[in-house]
Design a protein around this ligand. Structure first.
Ligand code: HEM
Ligand code: HEM
Length: 288
């Protein structure tokens, strides 16, 4: 497993464990009918201003704030350019900005009223829009540092990769084109490929492409690292072609998406500040 896979798995395990433990702790309270809650011994703990309930609101909000701040800083401040891959930081953003809202949900004890419910629903909308945004984001070709590649940079990459394939393996350009057509006719057709094929999850068809490549290398009698390298280069080349035919569409979509994700996050923050102000004014200091 490579490093980013390890981090990803670790975050997933921690997420699930934290979510399960925190839900289990208050489940008895959350499932009480609303009018019975105030009479329960658990009320003092799990109500939104209770020790656990209030604590979860603070923790969840801090997680969201940290999750946004650290990603923005890593992305924008040159000094931190080399502090880990941007994709890993995005995973941390997603970890903090999904577990945080989950804790806030427990903080509300599943009761939303008043102006703060606007913050709650913007939070839900930001999370959902985030899921959609990530779906687009992973389909835009990026440099190792996470910058979107321009059309020219993409073409240069394609040329470079094609050059290595022809140089290091015993195929010519026509052979590469024929093999690509077999892997996915969309890749080499002159006609504009159907835009919708780009929405098909990346993995779909991958095993078929691998099978075609394996039988190609076998038929040629290639084996060992040569064959592995060839198959990987062909897959990369195919991906690059696929990405570049949709790159502009996705980059535009992603531009629109930013215009949506960000203001919702700001609405959330503004109302949160107001909500915390009100809580303070009413003398709720969590531990006092
Ligand atoms: C995005 C973050 C947050 C959301 C969406 C949120 C949402 C809510 C909701 C829906 C309620 C229940 C209102 C009701 O019972 O009708 C509530 C209550 C409360 N929240 Fe939050 N909350 C958030 C963060 C915080 C934070 C950071 C604090 C404290 C610093 C806090 C302190 C409180 C307190 C003290 C109450 C109880 C108020 C009362 O019983 O009158 N909340 N919150
Ligand atoms: C309450 C939850 C969330 C808040 C407040 C939030 C807020 C933000 C903000 C302010 C940015 C802009 C950062 C920047 O460009 O500097 C951002 C970027 C992003 N967020 Fe979230 N987010 C949340 C949840 C999520 C979730 C759940 C996902 C995915 C599942 C997600 C995916 C993304 C992606 C893909 C970007 C764009 C990365 C880029 O442009 O480089 N977000 N988020």
């Amino acid at each position: 497993m490579n490093k980013s896979k390890v981090i990803h798995t670790l975050l997933t395990v921690v997420w699930l464990a934290a979510a399960a433990i925190s839900l289990q702790a208050g489940l008895e309270y959350y499932t009480l009918p609303l009018h019975d809650r105030a009479y329960s011994d658990l009320h003092e703990w799990f109500k939104p201003s209770g020790l656990v309930g209030h604590g979860l609101g603070i923790l969840g909000s801090l997680m969201m704030i940290v999750g946004v701040a650290m990603y923005s800083v890593r992305k924008r401040v040159r000094r931190y350019e080399h502090a880990g891959a941007l994709g890993t930081w995005l995973s941390v953003h997603i970890f903090l900005c999904t577990l945080g809202p989950y804790f806030v949900l427990l903080h509300t004890a599943f009761r939303f009223g008043g102006i703060i419910s606007i913050a709650f629903w913007s939070m839900v909308a930001v999370v959902l829009s985030g899921v959609f945004g990530r779906y687009i984001y992973v389909r835009i070709p990026k440099s190792a540092n996470g910058q979107f590649l321009s059309e020219n940079a993409l073409l240069a990459r394609q040329k470079h990769l094609l050059h290595s394939i022809i140089e290091y393996h015993d195929v010519d350009q026509a052979g590469v084109t024929a093999l690509l057509t077999e892997m996915d006719p969309n890749l080499t057709s002159k006609a504009e490929p159907s835009r919708w094929t780009a929405w098909i999850p990346k993995r779909k068809g991958l095993s078929r492409q691998k099978r075609i490549l394996t039988s190609f290398t076998k038929a040629r009698g290639w084996s060992g690292s040569d064959a592995v390298l060839f198959r990987q280069r062909m897959l990369d080349y195919g991906n690059l072609l696929r990405q570049s035919s949709f790159s502009d569409v996705f980059q535009r979509l992603f531009g629109y998406w930013h215009v949506f994700h960000l203001p919702l996050a700001i609405i959330l923050l503004v109302i949160l500040v107001f909500h915390v102000g009100v809580a303070f004014t009413f003398g709720y200091f969590w531990i006092s």
